[in-house]
Ligand binder design. Structure first.
Ligand code: SF4
Length: 178
């Protein structure tokens, strides 16, 4: 199975808690004014890579806390991303998954009703950072996100409790950065 990516960063400490392998997906429909990654918008840009080769790179990177799907828009390619998420969350690797998206969580729930792949990627995500970057709401003091409207969502609790449950930054540090 293949994936269209803009690139990867093997060791990041700014795209979620702890040391993370980041996959920047290629293709984004949101066109947020002030986007920092405009080169990722064209779905025909970037390069095609095999999921297996991405998993090999992840396995070769030591001391990872988790992986992050960034963009571009990860939910344009939910099937290959889910297959990566499923492997890295296995007992063998035990990594967590952060997914950035320009969609709001509520929109993803609607999309998931007609797309099993969207539903699977959403369910495999531990922390969802949702919503488009809004230049007028830009805030440099936020952890892991760029504008005030973007939320750190605890996906498993939100799905179980049928209402949005947010991670607060102190909890994330306590829970994930020990
Ligand atoms: S969702 Fe992200 S990558 Fe897409 S336009 Fe907005 S800021 Fe850029």
């Amino acid at each position: 199975m293949e994936l269209q990516i803009a690139g990867v960063t093997k060791e990041s400490v700014v795209d979620g808690p702890g040391l993370r392998f980041v996959i920047f997906t290629q293709g984004c429909p949101h066109r947020c004014p002030g986007c920092h990654n405009p080169e990722t918008h064209d779905p025909r840009g970037g390069k095609r890579v095999d999921v297996t080769s991405v998993l090999q790179m992840i396995e070769q990177t030591k001391l990872l806390r988790g992986i992050t799907f960034s963009g571009g828009e990860p939910f344009m390619q939910p099937k290959p991303l889910y297959s990566i998420a499923r492997e890295v969350k296995s007992n063998r690797l035990k990594l967590d998954v952060v997914t950035y998206t320009g969609y709001k969580f509520e929109e993803l729930l609607t999309m998931a009703r007609s797309s099993e792949d969207v539903q699977l990627l959403l369910t495999a995500t531990d922390i969802l950072i949702d919503g488009p970057f809004q230049r007028g709401e830009r805030n440099l003091s936020l952890a892991f996100r760029g504008s005030n409207n973007q939320r750190l969502i605890n996906v498993s609790r939100s799905l179980a409790e049928k209402e949005i449950v947010l991670w607060d930054e102190a909890t994330i540090k306590r829970f994930y950065m020990q």
